[in-house]
Structures are given as C-alpha cells and as structure tokens.
Design a protein around this ligand. Sequence first.
Ligand code: FMN
Length: 205
Amino acid sequence: MPTLLAIEVSPRFDYSVSRKLTSKFIEDWKTVHPDGKVIVRDLMKTELPWVDLPWIGGSFTPVEQHSEEMKKAIRVSDDLIAELKAADDIVIGTPMYNFLIPAILKAYIDHVVRVGITFTMNYEGLLTGKKATVIIASGSDFGPGTKYESANVASSYMQQILGFIGIVDVKIVLAGGTLAVDMGQKSLGDFIAPIESGLSASVRA
Ligand SMILES: Cc1cc2nc3c(=O)[nH]c(=O)nc-3n(C[C@H](O)[C@H](O)[C@H](O)COP(=O)(O)O)c2cc1C
C-alpha cells in the first residue's frame, strides 16, 4: 500500500493557493492509488522547536551517550524522519517568502536532514526510492522567461536539499502570480485551473 506524505506550510488556510493545489494533488493521488494511505503533516499545527544545543548534542553523538535533555530535544526530529521514511510519495505545498521558503519549512528541513540517518558524511542521501512534488505559490510570476526568474531561489533550494537526503525524483510546480487573485483582478478558480491540470499530470503511478 503506497503512502503519500502531504506537507502543508501556508498560514493562510482557506485563502492559501498552495493549500488548494496540495488538496487537488491529494485528490488526484487517491484516484491513482485507491488503496493508498495519505498522511498530512501541517506545519502550522506542528510544534517545531528551533535547533538548539541539546538538539545538536543529540544529533551528533551516539544514542548511548544521550542525556535526557538531548533525547527530548531530538524526539520531534526522530518522529518527523520516521514519517518521511515511511512515505513513498511526498507533496509539499508552500508559499514563497522573500524569494525562498517560509522559516517554518526551513525549521522542518533542519529536523529531517540528519547525519547518519538521512545522509552520510560522504554526502550520500539515504532516503532513496521516493518521489516528491513541490508546489510553490508566489505573489509574482517566476516562470521560465520572466524578468525575475533568477530571483526564485526557493525552487533550486528545495531540489537541492531533497536531493541531498536522497530524494532525487523531484518535480517543482510554480503557482506564480497570486497577487492578481489577492487584488481581485482574477478569480481563484481562473488562477488555479491551468496549474491544476498540469498538476494532475504530475501525479505519477
Ligand atoms: C512574508 C511574506 C513574504 C513574501 N515574499 C514573497 C516573495 O518573495 N515573492 C513573491 O512573489 N511573493 C511573496 N509573497 C507573497 C506570497 O508568496 C503569496 O501570497 C503566496 O500566494 C502565498 O502562498 P499561499 O497562497 O499558499 O499562502 C510573500 C508573502 C509574505 C506574507
């Protein structure tokens, strides 16, 4: 039974374009995998502590040497990694913030990128055999050929960091130009329709 892990990031909930598109991805994925299991990891509803000294101690020392403080600090990381390991397919729906990803998604990444667990000292990714789709909603359009295309560091960063932990089959879906929806110049339906049809094609068996 295949498992899809859907990671939600936007604090805009009902107004969020990335959440709308992630929902569509989940719907399409369920059609392709009727017996599949979907796990939703909503970062807006997850307590994600920042990396601190006990976390670093826990992450870089053998389990036998862990103090109670270290064990407690890396528990969230252990749980999030177990969830990610169990997934065959991953979809991440995220806003672009300041040309990158929101801090909450970076905090999640800091928890799941762990030496000896998701990558080796030789820079080998250990989470192989998975597919990921990253949906990035942004106020402006950063698509191919646009004036500010190169300012979008979110796409390359997500591709690079997922690849670093072994997830090399990554598809990036840009949902650029949401400002037109927020300004009332375009309906949400009209905005997402063409992206949704492309998204359906990216749901792979
Ligand atoms: C703090 C913040 C930073 C943002 N930075 C950018 C940006 O760098 N480029 C851009 O095009 N839009 C930017 N936006 C707009 C969001 O990317 C846009 O509203 C997007 O639709 C948010 O995703 P969501 O609809 O899923 O919430 C920013 C919005 C906020 C609140």
